[in-house]
Design a protein. Sequence first.
Length: 202
Amino acid sequence: MDLTTKLSRVSGTPAQPTEHPFTYENTFAREQLADGSWRIRAGVSDNQSSAVRMLSSKLTAPHRILYLLHTSRIDAPIGRYTSAELSAAELDQFLNEFASFFDGDARHDLWVHSPASHSTIVLDRFNMIYLYGDLERLAMLLGNLGLIEVAAFAAPTVPTPHALHYHPEWDETEHRILVALAWHRSQLRPRDVQWWSGPEAS
């Protein structure tokens, strides 16, 4: 499996599944949540972490990272790893160092929060990006990246059925990311748990 393959679309039967490369179409949509608040859902075709890095650079420091490790191939403690406050330079260094890992492996979700900007950026295990906060400004920044806003009914969606991939070649990077910052670890919440990753997920 290509190390850049994090998410595949699956066809065929349970006995004979076939995986297909899957990419989003550089679109985004606004969606209302159950509590009445709004967020943006964005599907970036590739280099999703670069989009997160650019968006984060427009938020006011200091920042906090939530690294959500839901699956470990090295028997590391799974959980919600929260950083101390980071400067803009520290955040950028972290996002740059682990960019390929975020883009190409599905064992985690990444959250970047700016308290001063009241904004949060999420890159999830399906390579979907979610944005919370000043949606007008965030939508403008997505437009600058070449994404097109679409109606809610046309919002980017995760393929069904699908498979997520956890590549052994990234195991050493998993170790490095867990010692890269002075994390505070807490338990996963029920919605964080990855119950099924697809047929023969690797």
